[in-house]
Design a protein around this ligand. Structure first.
Ligand code: AMP
Ligand code: ZN
Length: 471
């Protein structure tokens, strides 16, 4: 049973999807005005891992993560760089995707962009105005927060505390609002800014409305999981809930997951403190797999401190897994040629491996505890290093090898080099083909031969058995 800590209720709850076997998940993505920093990488890595785990558990996951491509910071950047806001966004989306690939973060099912969803935003804002949840003041549209009774339910804030907190936050135009708590849905353009026509003014949407609209369009009115960094709880997610539930008349998201922040040298990471690290700064010194390991070695709801020492420790730990996997691969090839009858305690060793798989799953079931899940993989590595030898059966070696590779893959960690993956995959396929021929299932044998040919592998059947070469 998968449990998720739900920010909405402040409790760990059993995960029950709206539709059996399917998960609708939305993760707030970055504002694309710069290369992504390692703080932005944290939600990408942890929620990608949770997605992989849900898939491993048999769920079909529709995973949507947006790019915010219209925003003050992008406009500022476009003025600095002398290119259009759209060009700034395009450039950093391409760069962000490169960083994601480096971290082995799988692309979302859909990566919508705010500027391509303006029509949906105008529709939702119109609905909110019709329902009296929003009002137009000289071309700016505000959401009437107090009218949405549960406002504050996610951040567990009471409206009067919020009200007093807001007093210091008065910004230009805020005096136009009926109430300090109201927030912007649409704002008129300023000179030189990108804009779209709307019934209220030529202008652009507020930030919060984009996520409500993209979640609705790609996932539906009610979704299972909504995730992001904890800084988004208030006001961003609180406002998303207000807009979506007021407009759609149903619960917006059942589970809200928030990752804690990444700090550097125990201080908040910020540009002004000069302790700001981009993902690509890390890539100059480390394989980004190390960054991924480092992130997953902590629970996603615990603050995490970035330091050189922890990165070195992550690098060493990852190397240990890779070394063990390489040894198991070599051993598997060796044992194919030199079969052994198995060590005395082999059944017991395999049973221990089985309990470690259970430990891995229990940890992931428990609110995505990747730190404990990685610890289980480590125990498998230790066990393999001691108990799996040239005397082991091929079955035992391969079970360890495949289990460690598969569970690492759920964490998005690639612990097997490409060549090894190919060689052992080819050998597995050849073994299946040999078996098929023995079973006189020639159609299957031919299909496997064709599959291998597609992979650029040619087989030759000799008296001694089947050999293969790459073409
Ligand atoms: P932004 O581009 O600022 O909207 O951030 C994109 C995502 O990164 C959001 O989910 C943020 O909560 C998250 N995020 C930003 N900074 C950090 C940080 N230092 N640690 C963890 N998550 C962060
Ligand atoms: Zn969002």
């Amino acid at each position: 049973m998968i449990k998720i800590y739900n920010t909405l209720t402040g409790r760990k709850e059993e995960f029950k999807p709206i539709e059996p076997g399917k998960v609708k998940m939305y993760v707030c993505g970055p504002t694309v005005y710069n290369f992504i920093h390692i703080g932005n990488a944290r939600p990408m890595i942890v929620f990608d891992t949770f997605r992989r785990y849900l898939e491993y558990k048999g769920y079909e996951v529709n995973y949507v993560s947006n790019f915010t491509d219209v925003d003050d910071k992008i406009i500022k950047r476009s003025l600095e760089e002398g290119i259009s806001a759209q060009e700034v966004a395009e450039k950093y989306i391409v760069e962000c995707k490169k960083d994601m690939e480096g971290m082995n973060v799988r692309p979302a099912s859909t990566h919508p962009r705010a500027t391509q969803e303006i029509g949906g935003m105008i529709d939702m804002i119109s609905t909110l105005i019709e329902k009296d949840y929003a009002y137009d003041k000289d071309g700016t549209v505000y959401f009437r927060s107090r009218k949405f009774k549960p406002y504050g339910k996610l951040s567990h804030k009471n409206l009067d505390d919020l009200q007093s907190g807001m007093r210091d936050l008065l910004v230009t135009g805020a005096e136009e609002k009926e109430d300090n708590l109201d927030f912007v849905l649409w704002k008129p353009k300023k000179e030189g800014e990108p804009s779209w026509p709307s019934p209220w003014s030529d202008g652009r949407p507020g930030w919060h409305i984009e996520c409500s609209v993209m979640a609705k369009r790609y996932l539906g009115d009610s979704i299972d999981i909504h995730a992001g960094g904890e800084d988004l709880i208030f006001p961003h997610h609180e406002n998303e809930i207000a807009q979506s539930e007021a407009a759609n008349g149903c619960v917006f998201a059942n589970y809200w997951m928030h990752n804690a922040f990444l700090n550097i040298d125990n201080r908040k990471m910020s540009k002004s403190l000069g302790n700001f690290l981009l993902v690509r700064d890390i890539a100059k010194h480390y394989d980004l797999q190390v960054l991924r390991f480092f992130m997953l070695n902590a629970h996603y709801r615990s603050p995490l401190n970035f330091s050189q020492e922890l990165m070195e420790a992550a690098k060493n730990a990852l190397t240990r897994i890779i070394t063990a996997v390489t040894r198991l691969s070599d051993l598997s090839a060796y044992i194919s040629e030199h079969p052994a009858k198995g060590r005395e305690n082999e059944a017991e060793t395999l049973a221990q491996l089985g309990s470690l798989v259970t430990k891995f799953e229990d940890s992931m079931d428990d609110d995505c505890n990747t730190a404990d899940a990685l610890a289980a993989i480590f125990e498998m590595v230790k066990l393999a290093n001691v108990e799996i030898t040239e005397e082991s059966t091929k079955e035992a070696v391969d079970t360890f090898l495949n289990t460690i590779v598969k569970l690492s893959d759920i964490c998005g960690l690639i612990v097997k080099t490409q060549k090894e993956t190919l060689d052992s995959d080819i050998e597995d396929l050849i073994a299946q083909r040999t078996q098929a021929k023995k079973d006189r299932d020639f159609a299957k044998a031919d299909a496997i031969r064709a599959q291998l040919l597609d992979m650029g592998i040619v087989l030759e059947d000799t008296r001694q058995g089947t050999t293969w070469k790459r073409v």
